[in-house]
Write a protein that binds this ligand. Structure first.
Ligand SMILES: [Zn+2]
Length: 462
């Protein structure tokens, strides 16, 4: 069986077993009815006002308008009048383990720190995360362990293992030494075969970037070999490629998705590129706008005062979000710039966008969880509607990662959802007004997590 199919099966079985393993049997079989919320299904359809949905055994068994849904006898009831419910988020591009508060180094890459990141994601309503190409041996072991028995208050941890780059190339330090350094066709294929043996979760990450001339960029011969070997083994490929002409070449070579959009260096999306995307409608783009947040949000972004940040982070970490170097007119210039124009062109071409905030890398900083909410806000700044941004962050990202039971609120899906105090379709920033998070049918104990982080922040002496 193809490797990605095995991984998908594993995840599917985890999602169906989770409710049984984390709740007493009597409760797992008892239905719970949630009544009165505005329900955003996550598939761009209009919300259901005054909705009722039923959970049983960790899955949605009924979803609809009040009065149209059959409520099982003896069900527990939860009143959600005045609340809005959306599917839990799926973050398809992050780098787990290296960030710890303001510190960013290889030594932070421990089991405990990765678990902390997974808890931060869960706290913010992120149900699953893909660690994109910077894994170390402890990461594989932890992934296997968590897939077999996922703890209640963590996001699902998927990994693309170690990506491929030229020796000494790839991501910026301290992530730099994580990927395979390959310089021959045989080495590229051997690396992909090893990833398949490690049962990476569906994707091989490929870096094609000379980091502004400071490192060697993976050659077309080598990434063609990697793509070919991956496809032969049933894996898909995703690339960090910065330059427009390289993006065109790797699209022609059969890449399956872009971990970053192609306009980061200020190059416009041209007609040839649009044509290539039209020829390959299955290729997805993770917008990764978090990296350009400085320009979008200006010198001192209003959301620095968001109470949600203070629930998880020390003041020293929050101060890092101030963009002292950004010009006062940066947000206005950004609005008129290459990124919104590129997003509009790709959107018109029908390109499927997913959410990847690159949390844990240089640009994504350490804001696991919070970053995904800022990413949705940035998508709206770039020209998506709130419904489109939410669908990108939920349905699309789940589909990209082949997490068939995540991404929308519908009968048979895993009960992973966020309860909000305000409607994000009116203002996308309302995705951060989180009242509760449910993962695999169980409420995440957010109060306990807050206490843990408050205690850690209190002794932080940075
Ligand atoms: Zn990245």
């Amino acid at each position: 069986m193809a490797v990605h199919a095995v991984a998908a099966l594993l995840v599917a079985s985890v999602l169906s077993l989770a409710a049984c393993s984390t709740a007493p049997p009597a409760q797992a079989s008892r239905a719970t009815v949630f009544e009165g919320a505005r329900l955003i299904p996550g598939d761009e359809r209009p919300p259901i006002e005054n909705a009722v949905f039923v959970l049983e055994g960790g899955a949605f068994t009924q979803v609809g308008r009040r009065g149209e849904v059959q409520v099982p006898d003896g069900a527990a009831r939860v009143d959600l009048t005045g609340k809005t419910v959306m599917p839990a988020i799926v973050n398809a591009h992050a780098h787990l383990g290296y960030r710890k508060g303001a510190s960013f180094r290889v030594e932070n890459y421990t089991r405990e720190n990765i678990l902390d990141h997974l808890q931060r994601l869960a706290y913010h309503g992120v149900a699953a995360v893909m660690s994109m190409g910077t894994e170390r041996p402890e990461g594989y072991a932890l992934r296997d362990e968590l897939l077999a028995a996922p703890p209640a208050d963590t996001a699902l941890f998927l990994t693309a293992g170690r990506g491929l780059a030229m020796p000494g190339g790839g991501p910026a330090p301290p992530l730099r030494d994580a990927p395979y350094g390959v310089s021959t066709d045989a080495e590229a294929r051997a690396a992909v075969r090893e990833l398949a043996e490690k049962k990476v979760d569906g994707y091989v990450k490929i870096w094609v970037d000379d980091r502004l001339g400071t490192v060697k960029k993976l050659t077309p011969e080598l990434y063609k070999a990697a793509i070919d070997e991956a496809h032969t083994l049933g894996l898909r490929t995703i690339t960090h490629t910065q330059q427009r002409e390289d993006v065109k070449a790797i699209l022609r070579a059969g890449i399956d998705g872009l971990a970053h959009p192609p306009w980061r260096l200020g190059e416009e999306v041209d007609e040839e590129l649009v044509g290539l995307f039209r020829e390959r409608p299955d290729v997805f783009v993770l917008l990764t706008l978090w990296g350009t947040r400085n320009e979008i949000f200006g010198r001192r972004p209003a959301w620095i005062d968001d109470p949600l940040l203070r629930e998880t982070f020390a003041e020293a970490d929050i101060r890092l979000l101030e963009n002292a170097a950004v010009a006062a007119d940066a947000p206005a210039r950004w609005k008129a710039g290459v990124v919104p124009r590129g997003v509009a062109k790709l959107k018109d071409a029908g390109v499927r966008f997913g959410l990847g905030d690159d949390a844990g890398a240089t640009n994504g900083a350490q804001y696991f969880g919070f970053g995904s909410h800022m990413e949705m806000a940035s998508m709206v700044e770039a020209g998506l509607t709130p419904a489109e941004a939410i669908a990108a962050a939920t349905r699309n990202s789940a589909a990209i990662l082949r997490l068939d039971r995540l991404g929308t609120i519908a009968i048979g899906k895993s009960a992973d959802f966020i309860v909000l105090d305000a409607n994000p379709l009116e203002n996308i920033h309302n995705t951060r007004r989180i009242a509760a998070v449910y993962l695999r049918g169980q409420a995440v104990d957010r109060a306990a997590l807050r206490e843990k982080w408050a205690a850690a922040n209190a002794v932080d002496t940075r």
